[in-house]
Write a new protein. Structure first.
Length: 373
């Protein structure tokens, strides 16, 4: 087990930490396997600054992944393999992630230890109180955040754990596709890494401001409340873009796959906007408002009761009119999340397509940026 300054890896999994090569000198693929698509991002570097070299989004067959669980290993591995071939890279080293719902993470207090071995023992002792499984059945890692501001002589430590079988499943499906998994992260942590790129675009780099980051996927909305590089709150809601796909399927008699393609390309009958799109966007903005209200009523930290900015990410964030609908409903400045704005892009990158795809690449971007840790 190792202590890192900023990010988590799951220790004990194929000696990932012990075999870790110097990230800044070796390319690394950020591989996000969501419920609807495989997204891969690869970065190069100009000095110490990331440069987006290539990316790809490869659709997954319907129900290949449900609620984060891989139902068909062969289909998912096939999609990863196709994505890698389309990426046209020689890199096979990869960072993958687990759905946030499959991990347990919590900030704990640990007495300051004289050495790392003592600290590890203390972390495991504390972790037993919060992890509802035997430690032998989980991959456990931790990060020392620093001396506690509220408890003299103690350290703030973030612990993170997940069932070994879930970690091994994600590693196995990537390896079936020919990749070599170097580390495993958590979706929420990967999004936080990508969010750091977005902060650079804001006055004072977003310090002392409170952000609500909504990642709107095919089947769920993930809400993270972030302030000064700390996640204050996280919640998932069962609502996503697949609902609109099903509406299109029923209304126009398309197959699910054809409805998904038509939705992405916006090649639909003229009645689509008034009959389906506008009602869906209104429902989605309501879900976002409800998530904020839930945060306000359940998190008793008065200095954070006002969200300063809403950031929309995920495949649904680019639906026409969504940002305006959220702004109108919440009266909070709303923007589309694009972690690549402050980076250079390789000449091969189609910039118009990247502008449309960027919000869906937050997790893959965060994973790919691990090479710079």
């Amino acid at each position: 087990m190792a202590v890192e300054k900023r990010r988590f890896d799951f220790a004990g999994m194929q000696n990932v930490l012990g075999n870790w090569l110097k990230p800044a000198q070796n390319s690394l693929l950020g591989v996000d396997v969501s419920s609807s698509a495989v997204k891969i991002v690869e970065f190069g570097a100009i000095g110490h600054t990331p440069q987006l070299e290539r990316y790809v989004i490869e659709p997954l067959p319907k129900d290949a992944i449900v609620d984060g669980n891989i139902n068909n290993m062969e289909e998912v591995a096939g999609a990863i393999s196709r994505a890698w071939k389309r990426l046209d890279t020689g890199t096979r080293r990869a960072a993958v992630s687990l759905p946030t719902s499959m991990a347990i993470y919590k900030k704990i207090l640990v007495p300051a230890a004289a050495d790392e071995d003592d600290l590890e023992v203390q972390v495991e002792r504390e972790a037993n109180q919060y992890i509802p499984f035997p430690l032998a059945e989980v991959n456990l890692d931790y990060q020392v955040l620093g001396p506690s501001l509220n408890s003299a002589g103690d350290l703030d430590v973030m612990i993170c754990a997940a069932r070994k079988e879930k970690v091994e499943e994600r590693v196995a499906v990537a390896e079936m596709a020919g990749l070599k998994v170097e580390l495993v992260d958590i979706d929420a942590f990967a999004m936080m890494t990508a969010f750091e790129q977005i902060q650079q675009q804001l006055p004072d780099q977003g310090m002392n401001q409170t952000f609500a980051l909504f990642d709107i996927g095919a089947s769920k909305i993930q809400c993270s409340i972030i302030r000064n590089e700390q996640q204050l709150y996280y919640r998932e809601q069962a609502f996503g873009g697949s609902q609109l796909t099903r509406d299109i399927q029923r209304r126009y008699g398309y197959s699910y796959e054809d409805a998904e393609v038509a939705k992405r390309s916006m090649t639909l009958p003229d009645s689509f906007e008034s009959e389906l799109l506008h009602p869906f966007v209104d429902s989605l903005s309501q879900e976002i408002q409800r998530a904020l209200q839930f945060f306000y009523t359940t998190v008793s930290v008065s200095q954070y009761l006002r969200v300063d900015y809403i950031l929309l990410a995920g495949g649904c964030s680019m639906l026409p009119g969504l940002d305006d609908a959220v702004l109108a409903r919440t009266q909070i400045s709303t923007m589309i999340a694009n972690p690549f704005t402050t980076m250079t892009q390789a000449p091969r990158i189609p910039l118009k397509e990247l502008l449309l795809d960027a919000p869906a690449l937050l997790v893959a971007c965060g994973l790919g940026l691990r090479r710079f840790d």
